[in-house]
Design a protein around this ligand. Sequence first.
Ligand code: FAD
Length: 393
Amino acid sequence: MAPTNPTSTTCDVLVVGLGGVGSSACYALAKQGYSVVGIDQFDPPHRFGSSHGDTRIIRKSYFEHPSYVPLLIRAYDLWRKLESEIGKQLYFPTGLLEIGPADGVVLQGVARSAQEHSLPIELLSMQQASERFPGVHGSCHWQAILEQDAGYLLVEECVAAHIEQARKLSAQIRVCERMIGWQADSQGVSVRTEQGTLHAKKLILCAGPWASQALASYSIPLQVLRKHLYWYATRTTNYAQDRGFPCFFFDTPSGYYYGFPDHSGQGLKVARHSGGLQVPGPIDGQHPPDDQDRRLVEEFLGTYLPETELKLRRSSGCYYTMTPDEHFIVDRLPDAPNVVLVAGLSGHGFKFTSVLGQIASELATEGRCEFDIDFLSLHRFLGLQPSQAGHGS
Ligand SMILES: Cc1cc2nc3c(=O)[nH]c(=O)nc-3n(C[C@H](O)[C@H](O)[C@H](O)COP(=O)(O)OP(=O)(O)OC[C@H]3O[C@@H](n4cnc5c(N)ncnc54)[C@H](O)[C@@H]3O)c2cc1C
């Protein structure tokens, strides 16, 4: 698809949702010279969806599936390019310490991805891990893997940077404008918002935890989980980023827990990757506390990171949008190939958003992308037949 003359009233691509994925898609499209309009029901970055809470882990030896690694290599590259464009650090390479049973899903998966893609990792016994990172405890039967080429991204700043750069490249960013319905046919797409109707050749839907509402007629089996993040003070400086403490991910008998070093005195940030309360969808930014979740997190800290002071400094809520197999959906809709869907990032998608924006932009404009993303296809969940291409009135 050749970029349209920007004076035309119909844009090339409409992007609905300007969180992690949509902000990046607008940037990728605008950078290639396409006319793009991006809309969001709020004013991103905001705290109502899935892209907030200061930081997100980024790692490369992906335990979830080695097929993600080529995407991650590009994602790293794109984050670095974005940093150099805006002249600001977004990625902090603290390293990541992954701890658990040697034959568990996490350590085995990390080792497999590292081996298949020749990525550097360091294997440590639990004792070596505790000596290298004082204050870290674990079963003497466990092992650890240190991924040096991992760390965290500043989540809100990444979204803000993509939006800002897209704007500079002439993308039209419309905030506080909610999509209430969309239609697609061979001529193009139209999106009805509370303010009017927008037309485009192509549509990218990246509505995060609101995806099911945007795609109601497709009955895609997405499940929204309410999750919680916690910040705790520490009793020593052992968990401080400036003392070399890394991000961490533990595979324990009570589930997966992860967190971030204490930086700038913010406290140790920790959360449960497992669990979460299933909800119909985000509810006006309300995140009632979950006492059981907090109790489990504090038990985890008491056992494995006991130099934490169990006085909560701050907490925040957020949403995972889960697919049944916990892999993303990145695809064109089968009955509306001019509509691209990026959804169901299943609680591990932010690190990818730089590359997912690029992939979504290529799928929209070229109908294909350079990566093998068959494992992310929508078809794996479509036993169900969509009634029509579109949603809403
Ligand atoms: C607690 C927590 C911790 C996480 N930790 C990590 C991590 O360490 N590493 C990692 O890689 N990933 C992590 N993730 C996952 C990652 O943050 C998400 O996968 C990612 O942010 C999702 O981005 P998104 O663009 O799909 O959704 P969002 O960022 O939520 O964006 C969706 C946007 O669509 C807009 N929207 C929806 N419907 C409409 C509509 N009808 N009209 C207009 N706008 C609409 C919303 O307002 C929103 O801005 C974590 C997630 C959570 C909740």
